[in-house]
Design a protein around this ligand. Structure first.
Ligand code: NDP
Length: 402
C-alpha cells in the first residue's frame, strides 16, 4: 500500500522498522536512513523481509530533499533526535511528503521544550496539503490519545490529569539511560513545570515527589514531577483541564549519580575548552555511558505508563486510571529492544498507519489528541501495547489529589 522512509537507526528506529516490517500489507516498502548507515544495515539484518538502507545527514536539508526526491516515500517517520525535527519538516515540505515524529523540536543550545517552532509550520503544511503528526511515541503520543479517549468515552469534562511514567526495569548497570542519554538528561535536569488554573507553575528539578502504587506486580514507587511536552498540547486542546502534571519514577541510584554528575558539571550543555578543543560536557558524558540499545538484552522487569484523570460525568465526580504495562524481556524477544524503545516505536508505527490508511490524514500540523482516538486505541491492543481502564484505589487517589 505505501512506502515509508524512516530516519534514525537508534533504539526507537530499530523498533519502528521491526513493527513496520511485521505489516507488509500497510508498509509495502521500507527505507531506513540515518547518519551512520552501518547501524541501518545492522537493523536490516535482523529482519525476515528485505528493506533498503541509506546514509543521510538529516541536518543537511538539500541532501535530505535529494534522498526524498529519489525515494519518493509516502511518509517520513522521523526517529532521529529532536534537533533534526525542523530540518526534516523543511525537507518534507520541499519534497511534498507527509511527516511524523515522536519528540518536539529542541534547539541544541538550550534545553527548551515547546511546540511553538513546530506549530509555526501549520500554514505551510496546510497550504501544501500535507499532514504532519507530532509526538507519536508513548509520552508524548499514547498519553495524548489516552486523554482524548477518556474524554470521548468516560468524561464530560476532565479537570485534573496526572500522566505517570514508571520504569520498574533493571539493567544491572551502575548508571545508564533508557533512551538517548543527552536528550534524557537534558529533560530530567530541566526545571519542572505544571499547568494550574490557566498558567504554568515552575518547580526546581525533581523537587516534588509522591508515592504511587502501580498495578501488575510493580507495587509502590516514588514518582517525581517534571515537565513533559504533552502537557502543552493537551492543555491547549482540552482547555477545561484545571491542572495537568507529569510524573516519572527514578531509582535512588539513578538520582544519586545524576546529582554527582550535575555537581561536577558533567551534565552541562554550555561548551567548555578542554586541551585546546571546545567540548560540551553532556556530549562527552554521553560518549562514556552505555548505548541505550545495548541495554536490550540486559533489562528485566516492567514499565507502566498511564493517565490518572479526575473529572465529571453526568454531573458526578469520577476518577480513572488508563495504562499499559510492558515487559522488557518480552520486548527484547520480539524486536531485540527494551521496553522504552518498544513503547515509543510501536505508537510511531501506528501513527504512520493512521496517516497511510487515511484515518488521521488532514492538511496541517497536528498533535495526537486532535484526532479520533478509537482506531489508534484499537491498534494499540492489536500490535503490542494493550491497555486497561481501572478504578483508582483510595490511597492513590488521596496521594495524587493535591
Ligand atoms: P538514539 O540516540 O538511540 O538514536 C538516534 C538516531 O538518530 C541515531 O541512529 C543517530 O545516528 C540518528 N541521528 C542523529 N542525528 C542525525 C542526523 N543529523 N542525521 C541522521 N540521523 C541522525 O535515540 P532513540 O532511538 O532513543 O530516540 C529517538 C527519538 O525518539 C528521539 O527524538 C527521542 O527524543 C524520541 N523518544 C520519544 C519518546 C516518546 O515516548 N515520545 C521516548 C523515547 C525517545 P548515529 O547512530 O550516527 O548517532
Amino acid at each position: 500500500m505505501a512506502k515509508v522512509l524512516i530516519i534514525g537507526a537508534g533504539g526507537v528506529g530499530g523498533v519502528v522498522v521491526h513493527k513496520c516490517a511485521q505489516l507488509p500489507e500497510v508498509f509495502t516498502e521500507i527505507v531506513l536512513a540515518s547518519r551512520t548507515e552501518a547501524k541501518c544495515k545492522a537493523i536490516a539484518a535482523q529482519l525476515k523481509r528485505p528493506i533498503r538502507t541509506a546514509q543521510v545527514d538529516a541536518d543537511n536539508v538539500p541532501e535530505l530533499v535529494a534522498l526524498l526526491n529519489k525515494e519518493k516515500p509516502d511518509l517520513v517517520i522521523n526517529v532521529a533526535l529532536p534537533y533534526q525535527d525542523l530540518h526534516i519538516m523543511d525537507a518534507c515540505l520541499e519534497a511534498g511528503i507527509d511527516y511524523l515524529d515522536t519528540a518536539n523540536y529542541e534547539p541544541p543550545e538550550t534545553a527548551k521544550f515547546e511546540y511553538s517552532w513546530q506549530w509555526d509550520y501549520q500554514d505551510r503544511f496546510k497550504n501544501a496539503g500535507l499532514t504532519a503528526l507530532l509526538g507519536s511515541g508513548f509520552d508524548p503520543g499514547v498519553t495524548n490519545v489516552y486523554t482524548a479517549y477518556l474524554k470521548k468515552h468516560y468524561f464530560d469534562e476532565i479537570h485534573y490529569l496526572d500522566i505517570i511514567d514508571c520504569n520498574a526495569g533493571d539493567h544491572g548497570k551502575p548508571f545508564a539511560t533508557n533512551f538517548n542519554p543527552e536528550i534524557n538528561i537534558r529533560e530530567v535536569t530541566a526545571k519542572g513545570r505544571y499547568w494550574e488554573n490557566g498558567e504554568w507553575v515552575e518547580t526546581d528539578p525533581l523537587s516534588v515527589n509522591r508515592v504511587y502504587d502501580f498495578p501488575a506486580e510493580i507495587g509502590p514507587k516514588k514518582i517525581y514531577m517534571m515537565y513533559h511536552e504533552e502537557l502543552e498540547s493537551i492543555t491547549k486542546h482540552l482547555p477545561e483541564i484545571k491542572r495537568a502534571r507529569f510524573w516519572m519514577t527514578f531509582s535512588d541510584n539513578y538520582l544519586k549519580h545524576l546529582e554527582v554528575l550535575g555537581n561536577v558539571g558533567m551534565t552541562g550543555i554550555e561548551p567548555i575548552m578542554f586541551e585546546g578543543k571546545e567540548i560540551i560536557p553532556l556530549q562527552f558524558l554521553k560518549a562514556l555511558l552505555p548505548d541505550p540499545a545495548s541495554l536490550g538484552p540486559l533489562t528485566k522487569g516492567k514499565t507502566c505508563i498511564g493517565c490518572l484523570a479526575r473529572g465529571i460525568k453526568d454531573g458526578k465526580e469520577k476518577i480513572v486510571f488508563i495504562y499499559n504495562t510492558c515487559d522488557h524481556e518480552a520486548c527484547y524477544a520480539e524486536v531485540q529492544s527494551q521496553a522504552i524503545s518498544y513503547t515509543t516505536g510501536v505508537p510511531a508505527m501506528i501513527g504512520a498507519k493512521m496517516i497511510l490508511e487515511g484515518k488521521w490524514k488532514a492538511p496541517g500540523v497536528w498533535n495526537m489528541e486532535q484526532f479520533d482516538p478509537d482506531p489508534f486505541m484499537e491498534d494499540l491492543n492489536k500490535y503490542g501495547l494493550p491497555w486497561q481502564v481501572t478504578d483508582v484505589t483510595e490511597a492513590n487517589a488521596a496521594e495524587m489529589k493535591d
